[in-house]
Design a protein around this ligand. Structure first.
Ligand code: ADP
Length: 698
């Protein structure tokens, strides 16, 4: 600050006027205290000191020391010795002049400043409400020759200086309160506007640390299941992200004590507090010195604690505690809200996931009969887009054949699970999809409010098309089986009866009859074998063996007999099998079944022309191709070709016997060997099957 030379002859009154004029506009305590020391020194030509206790605390004195016409030096006295000397001088709170040797303890700057005597002028303030007003002191060394030695005059001066400092302190506190108010209300506002725990922590941490001037802030939440306090690493600094999460057993540590007693704790030396648990410092390497811990409460329960750790300057006081407590209310509410929100959101996600993952179609209908929600399966089932479903009347979405969906919903809306043991209402129906109707099963359930009022109706729609198709195929299969079994059985029975009736003497006839019986029995046996094979392949007990299969051997075994059978029909079989095909890994019986079935079908469904069988190895696969000039397969039948019990119209019309199981087994067998199969066919022209089987890495 600017020093103004003062005429040594001016009166004490002049000093009074001068100080009051120059310092009354200064509203910061440091400026006022430093200014006083400087002016007094300049005026009296003595060394002087002003000292002021920590505002809102008791752990240090700020002291301004000045020699005449020199710059003021400012010190923060925190050592016991420095503090004691001031406390001793202030003991009786009166203006006095004491000899140097009475200054206790010695060996400090104040003592060193004095040659003979020290004028002590306590600066004392009245209490202002809850505010803690600091103690202050003005000390002038060797002032005996100055007008300050006139103690009455000095008393007036002390009152004036007191009021100057008091104004500066009050203004500081007012500013500080305004800042604190601004920060607390900002925190409350932020807390009100966020529903995510992580955001809450991010929002408050820096502000609170700044306001309380602390190194760290930590937040521990009580795990409702085991009562342990779990600290949130994100809030405690980066070191805590890398170490295991810090947790305290119920009732342990300062946090545990605070949560249990529902009382805040101010501890300025935690290592001397028996409640302090050192584990956290040990694992993190962080050194905790001081702490304020306040409980976070919501209604009647404690949900956690908040700790402000290591005040940077001085000690924690009641004021810091009050600030932290002021934030703890809105913070607790925000945490509870965030948890509730999180629960609701995760429950919603869970339900949505279930809703979407269901293979059944699902829709909810509001009181005005419009669809409020629907899952993807429903849109696929009805072949509608979302905007054709959501918000539309259920009667437009679910058009039933000969039935009224509203009647069914009326039944659902009166259903009460409690008064009936029956299942939820169900309706077997057909729903319009484009120009056709699909068979469906509709199940319905009412969703009610707590008071029982109907809120929504949920409908679950199961597509029965596949089930109906399976049922149809099963019926077809039984018809075929019965038909197929009946024919040979009837033939066998016929010949057996004829033999029994005494034709046994005619050897030639007997021979022919027995021959027929044998052929038909073979057919029966083949059919039964195929059915058993199919059942085995289907069952989980089928385990593919991993043995090398010699494909050339398999072809050699199958082809001659097939060629003979084809020749009987006037059909030729041309083969082009690469010599020394690489072995594949698998089950010989299944590979045999695959190739046999395909060539067998080619022979069976070819009435004239030729059949070509090719096999060659290309890079990682063996390619097998079986082409015929047979009756072919209608284009529309191709998608079902490998389905179980499927028989194309072309085969049935021509009266060619079969079970519709062969190709299904072939496909399954190929896939169990990691291979692929496909077919191309032109009705009336012929069919080609392509099989790829992987060659194992050697
Ligand atoms: P099956 O021959 O015992 O009826 P498959 O499962 O082997 O049973 O064949 C299913 C159906 O596919 C046959 O009924 C037939 O309609 C058709 N099909 C199979 N292979 C051929 C082929 N090579 N030429 C024409 N149609 C075929």
């Amino acid at each position: 600050m600017a020093t103004v030379a003062i005429d040594m002859n001016t009166s004490a009154f002049d000093l009074w006027v001068y100080l009051s004029k120059n310092l009354s506009g200064t509203l910061d305590t440091h400026g006022v205290c430093g200014g006083i020391a400087q002016h007094i020194s300049d005026y009296t030509n003595c060394k002087s000191m002003t000292a002021l206790n920590e505002i809102n605390g008791n752990s240090y004195f700020d002291a301004w020391l000045c020699s005449p016409n020199e710059k003021t030096s400012q010190h923060r006295w925190t050592r016991d010795k420095d503090l004691d000397v001031i406390h001793n001088l202030l003991e009786e709170y009166e203006i006095k002049i004491i000899p140097k040797e009475e200054i206790e303890p010695k060996d400090n700057e104040l003592y060193n400043m004095v040659e003979e005597t020290l004028l002590v002028i306590p600066l004392q303030w009245p209490q202002h409400g809850n505010m803690i007003i600091p103690q202050g002191i003005l000390a002038v060394a060797d002032a005996h020759d100055t007008l300050l030695a006139d103690l009455d005059m000095t008393n007036d001066l002390a009152i004036m200086l007191t009021s100057l400092i008091e104004r500066a302190v009050l203004s500081f506190q007012r500013d500080r309160q305004a800042i604190e108010f601004a920060i607390t209300s900002d925190i409350s506002q932020r807390l009100n506007s966020t529903l995510h725990l992580q955001d809450i922590f991010a929002q408050i941490s820096d502000n609170i640390k700044r306001m309380l001037d602390v190194e760290s802030l930590s937040l521990g939440l009580i795990n409702q299941n085991n009562g342990r306090i779990e600290f949130i690493p994100q809030l405690m600094g980066t070191i805590f992200l890398e170490i295991p999460r810090i947790e305290l057993e119920p009732g342990t540590g300062i946090a545990g004590w605070v949560a249990e007693h529902r009382q805040p704790a101010i501890i300025n030396d935690v290592y001397n507090d028996p409640r302090f648990s050192q584990n956290s410092d040990k694992t993190s390497g962080f050194h905790t010195r001081s702490m304020i811990c306040v409980p976070l409460q919501q209604q009647d329960s404690v949900i956690g604690v908040m700790q402000a750790i290591n005040k940077r300057n001085g000690e924690f006081g009641n004021h810091d505690k009050a600030l932290l407590e002021a934030i703890s209310g809105p913070l607790s509410a925000a945490i509870v809200n965030a948890n509730l929100h999180e629960n609701v959101v995760s429950e919603k996600r869970r339900i949505e996931a279930m809703f979407q993952s269901m293979s059944e179609g699902l829709l909810t209908i509001g009181p005005d009969h419009s669809v409020t929600q629907a899952n993807d399966s429903l849109m696929t089932l009805l072949a509608l887009r979302e905007n054709q479903v959501i918000g539309n009347k259920v009667t437009d979405v679910m058009r039933l054949k000969d039935q009224d969906i509203l009647l069914f919903m009326a039944e659902v809306s009166t259903y009460r699970p409690s008064d009936s043991l029956a299942d939820y209402p169900q309706l077997l129906s057909n729903v319009q999809v484009g120009n056709v109707y699909k068979p469906v099963m509709i199940s319905g359930a009412p969703v009610r409010e707590d008071d029982g009022a109907l809120n929504e109706i949920v409908l679950v729609i199961s597509d029965l098309t596949d089930i109906r198709e399976v049922e149809r195929m099963r019926d077809n299969f039984f018809h075929t089986i019965i038909h197929e079994l009946r024919t040979p059985l009837a033939t066998i029975l016929l010949y057996a009866r004829m033999l029994l009736k005494g034709n046994l003497n005619d050897e030639e006839k007997t021979q022919r009859f027995l021959q027929n019986i044998e052929t038909e029995s073979d057919r029966l046996q083949a059919m039964v074998r195929q059915m058993l094979q199919h059942a085995k392949l289907e069952s989980s007990e089928f385990k593919r063996s991993e043995l090398p299969v010699d494909l050339n051997g398999v072809f050699d075994e199958i082809l001659p007999a097939m060629r003979d059978r084809a020749q009987e029909k006037g059909v030729s079989v041309i083969d082009d099998i690469q010599e020394n095909l690489p072995e594949i890994l698998g089950d010989r019986e299944t590979i045999y079944m695959i190739i046999k079935n395909l060539i067998d079908n080619a022979v069976k469904y070819t009435l004239e022309g030729k059949i070509e069988v090719k096999a060659e190895a290309k890079r990682t696969k063996v390619h097998i191709e079986i082409a015929d000039d047979g009756i072919g397969i209608p284009k529309q039948a191709m998608p079902q070709l490998f389905g179980r019990f499927f028989r194309a119209q072309t085969a049935v019309e021509k009266g060619i016997a079969g079970t519709g199981l062969g190709l299904n087994m072939v496909k399954e067998g190929v896939e169990k060997h990691g291979g692929k199969i496909k077919a191309k066919s032109v009705e009336g022209e012929g069919t080609t099957f392509y099989v790829e089987l992987p060659i194992p890495d050697m």
